[in-house]
Design a protein around this ligand. Sequence first.
Ligand SMILES: [Zn+2]
Length: 520
Amino acid sequence: MKRKNRLLRLLSVCRVSSREQSEGYSLGAHDQANREWAERKGYEIVETVRYVETASKQKERQRFRQIVNRICSDPIIDGVVFHKVDRACRNLTDLAMLERLETQKDKKVFFASQEFPQNAAGRLGIGVMGVVARWYTDNLKEEINKGFRSKIEAGEYPHTPPYGYCMGQGSNGSKLPVPDAPKAEAVRTIFKLMSSGKHTIDTLRDELFQRNMYFSLRTQRWTRSHLAKLLRHPFYIGKILWHGQIYEGKHEALVDEQTWERVQQVLDGRNRCSHYKRMHFTYGHGLIKCAHCGYNITAELHKQRYTYYRCAQINHYEHPVRPSWVPESVIESQVTDMLDRLILPNEIYDWALAYLKTILEKDVDDAEQELRNLKKRATDAQATLDTLLLKAAQTKDNLAEEFLRLARQKQRELALLQQRRTQIAAGRQENNSDAAKILELAQRLSQQYVVFSPTQKRQVVDSVFLNLRLDTVNLCGEYRLPFSILVESHSRPLKSGRQDLNLRPLAPHASALAKLRHAP
Ligand SMILES: [Zn+2]
């Protein structure tokens, strides 16, 4: 209400790509346009926020979010004006943020050079412009990638070259990475030292530091990751690695291939040593989450034999007590217990199989019946089609045209009938015994589980359970479909305490099993 009595006070937001900026489209031009628009409308621009599109998408998005938060929280600002929709957002998440500004925070969003009415059609317009902006970005990325590929195939390198090179000029005047003398010498020394086989990455770091070979003036010591990356980089032998493929580069190699290969062997050798072996834990790597804080349960090998599990965030404030290590055997026995619950009592199992069989038989009967019907209709249609074609051949001009038209109609009908027949035939094969198979599999699963390989165990756990959580030592979770139906179908009567009636488990399970048939 208050707003109506005064001018709308807006924030003018200008975003320009770095290329445009270097070409002279300054941020000022957009701001000027926004201000002129506001003056025409009788609004007031309280402040201009500028930001330049950067190479780091994350930083750019962070900046965008800051601006949106500022508009949300500042009571003085009634809204925001951008130059155009594609200046405001290049993706649909940003667009959604702007929409929330309007719908939830009661702020206005304007675009100075694109007027949208404040109604459903206007919002549609903004949405379409947003999608177009996204398409533009995607398309641009594809085009750029195409451009990069052709350059890389020609041996050129369109990125910033790695350490030891700087961008210079090739013989034909195009850009080409050339050795940057002192740094290139450092690269050669690093490869030479490593190829001797006397160093690990750690001792290499010390050696370089003692030799006063600094990474940069500010960061004197080389980091492990810098060295590891550098020593694996094929760029130094004149090759370009791009999207997983190796291309021949035009730039000068700093290291000969033999030395490079030797260094790779030294590095691989280190990786083969038991200390560096990557562990594969059956229930680790995010399969189970912590029931308290939601972080991954992590694993560790103790005494080189026993695997233990614990929440990765031991100091998280949501833990009632600091989590302790849980032995793998404790987790595994709980998993088998949970798999045990899939086992149906014998009489229910027999009944269920018989029930599924009768349903399947009925399905098969129905399908057979429909197939017979379809076949008859197809034969009839074929006969009519033949007659029509014959008549068309015997008559002339207009009448023949008419017969042909009817014939085409019949032909289409015939094609549809044929299609339906193939569908039914395929469905009959596919559907036939899936439910029975799931039932059988579930009965054997908990016994077989213990002899499965870790990978198979992970697969089973992942396909049977959902939301597995570790609550101190207790494993809890839900069953996925269709297994949840099995558990439900026999746990319910047990819970109701009417065990004596379980001998004839009929009505309550019929619906559950019907669900099992349709489960994926
Ligand atoms: Zn936790």
